[in-house]
Design a protein around this ligand. Sequence first.
Ligand SMILES: [Zn+2]
Length: 103
Amino acid sequence: MYKDRSYVRANNARQSARRRALLAATDVETFDPVEIFARDNWTCHLCDQPVDRAAKVPDHQAPTLDHLTPLAHGGPHTRANVRCAHFICNSVRQDKPLSCANN
Ligand SMILES: [Zn+2]
C-alpha cells in the first residue's frame, strides 16, 4: 500500500522519541551496587540466603541488583527500588515460585 518507506521511518522516529521520553521520566540514581549489597547484609531478598561476595556473574551465587519494579515496567533505578539478589534468583524471578539452589 505504501509506495515508499517513509511511513515506517516516521513511525520508528515516533517510537524512539517515546522511548527517550520514558527514560527521561525514569528516576536514575548513581550508586555502587556494593552499597546496596552491604545495606541488605549480603542477603538475597528472594530466598533469604546469603550471597557469595566473592562470586561474579554468571556464578549462580553472585550478588546482583534486582529491581522491585522492573525497569521494563517503568521502575526507577534508585536505591529504594533495588535489592540484593542471587544471580540465579534474579534470573528465574518472574511470576513463578522461586527456587534457589543455595546449598
Ligand atoms: Zn537467592
